[in-house]
Design a protein around this ligand. Sequence first.
Ligand code: ADP
Ligand code: MG
Length: 281
Amino acid sequence: MAFVNVRNLTYAYPLTKQPALQDINLQIEEGEFVALIGANGAGKSTLCYALAGFVPHFFKGELQGEVEADGKLSSQSTLSEWTLNVGLTFQNPFNQISGAKYTVFEEIAFGLENIGVPREEIKVRVEEALALTDIRELARRSPYSLSGGQQQRVALTSILVMRPKLLVLDEPTSQMDPVGAKEVFSAVRKLAQEGMTVVMAEHKTEWIARFADRVVALKEGRILMQGAPREVLTSDLLFENGFGVSRYTSAAREARRRGLWTKKSLPVSLDEAAEGFGAIR
Ligand SMILES: Nc1ncnc2c1ncn2[C@@H]1O[C@H](COP(=O)(O)OP(=O)(O)O)[C@@H](O)[C@H]1O
Ligand SMILES: [Mg+2]
């Protein structure tokens, strides 16, 4: 059985009529890296919250269906039980900072302290996590002195240090430069290879195409389409539904409309676009 099973999940926030998620069914295998895409308001963050147990344990409202991970139901666990296995980084990294610690090192150690990990082990694990996300040089800084992109790295590190089985990342690279974003994708790919299951809400389709195993496209709270990244990201269905895809795909689609693009498939990367446009000449 799949590691994550979302069954007939429908959820509305308190005092809202229109559900933020409608009849979501989703299976995710252990070690799979799934990217969630969709316009603002599509339900990406809400699905992240549901996977991470914040819906329904923190955000109340009306929930039908169920979320299962690692053989347990979120509705039958407390939030603190659930978050032992499942880590979430929030869309706004500022929300992740505890406010209780003076340095990035202590901030990252905070979660381990809370579950009573011995001091020596904490030190080793924090060093390890800092190296993994390449922010050793931030260790002595105040969490509040960081740029948005650096805060996002700290948020990711403070979750990774907990070694969750399921990692849920809500737009973790939104405030990073392109190089930083690619590094995060690449690090996440590696973690998935080592067995961590990852769900990442993201917009950067070029990196999604390169690093993710599967894309789930959300529209108005429903799954519009899912499948292999290349297939989904070059599909007519996605295009017709107004999803933003990479400029390489868009440019080639336009060239195809004009009868210029001769390749069978549309490109998802610069290399493929260059090759295809090179063939036109
Ligand atoms: N705390 C909240 N209370 C009420 N409605 C919310 C709340 N958060 C999000 N929503 C609504 O739920 C829908 C899905 O939002 P969200 O999950 O944030 O989408 P996305 O992350 O894809 O932008 C939107 O219609 C949004 O307005
Ligand atoms: Mg969001």
